[in-house]
Design a protein around this ligand. Structure first.
Ligand code: ATP
Length: 206
């Protein structure tokens, strides 16, 4: 099984990295692909370009076997639609099941994603939740795909939905950017190598 973890990664931080490692182990993934987007469809274009966000991601996962970066969204024109990303990954990995991992905040907007129902044609979707959080109200389409046990994902290559509790780290890239802009130190919220890169390139300053 191949995992997919998309995001802006502006910059990557321990909230992403810890959950990525946990789901890689829990779902026994050969590989978890972290995929920085070029143009997020539902938000402003990131002020830091894709190549720099990818460079920070690569520094962060240097010593994490099985966590790999994937630049396909940076190389594709136009908005970075996840459905296109999954289609191309499936075409390259025909015998593998794909799992798309998304945070609970991203899941809340899933039904606004471009061709969102088709995501399930290409992959399972796993929502990473906080431990002991309440299950959200979901549509019939999603409820039909919901499974109770993560082993059920192994029975098919795509089409199921699962909620997985992961360690909650209340870290956001927005908060890190704001800290840097206001002269505060975000150390311990993200890898030192990423922070060194930010300082070297003077990113996120006002
Ligand atoms: P921003 O603050 O700029 O919105 P972010 O920190 O939320 O950024 P993104 O790159 O937008 O990071 O998120 C990519 C994915 O990582 C999303 O699925 C999001 O839900 C998830 N994610 C982000 N932060 C955390 C966190 N602290 N714990 C678990 N998942 C997270």
């Amino acid at each position: 099984m191949i995992g997919i973890y998309g995001g802006t990664f502006n910059p990557v931080h321990y909230g992403h990295l810890r959950t990525a490692l946990e789901v890689k182990e829990l779902f026994d993934l050969e590989q978890l692909r972290l995929i920085p987007c070029r143009l997020p469809p539902h938000r402003h274009e990131p002020d830091v370009g894709g190549e720099m966000r990818l460079a920070m991601l690569n520094l962060a996962i240097e010593d994490a076997p099985g966590l790999v970066s994937d630049r396909r969204e940076l190389d594709r024109e136009g908005p970075s639609y996840m459905v296109d990303t999954l289609a191309s990954l499936q075409a390259e990995n025909q015998d593998e099941a794909l799992i798309l991992f998304i945070g609970a905040d991203a899941f809340a907007g899933l039904e606004h994603w471009h061709l969102w129902q088709r995501l399930f044609d290409y992959a399972h979707v796993v929502v990473m939740t906080r431990p002991a959080c309440q299950m959200p109200v979901i549509s019939d389409f999603l409820r039909e795909r919901l499974c109770e046990d993560r082993r059920q994902l192994q029975q098919k290559k795509s089409g199921r939905l699962f909620f997985q509790a992961v360690t909650a780290l209340d870290i956001s890239a927005t908060a890190i950017r704001e800290m840097i802009a206001s002269g505060r130190d975000p150390k311990f919220l993200l890898p030192d190598a990423v922070l060194a890169y930010i300082r070297q390139h003077q990113l996120y300053l006002p």
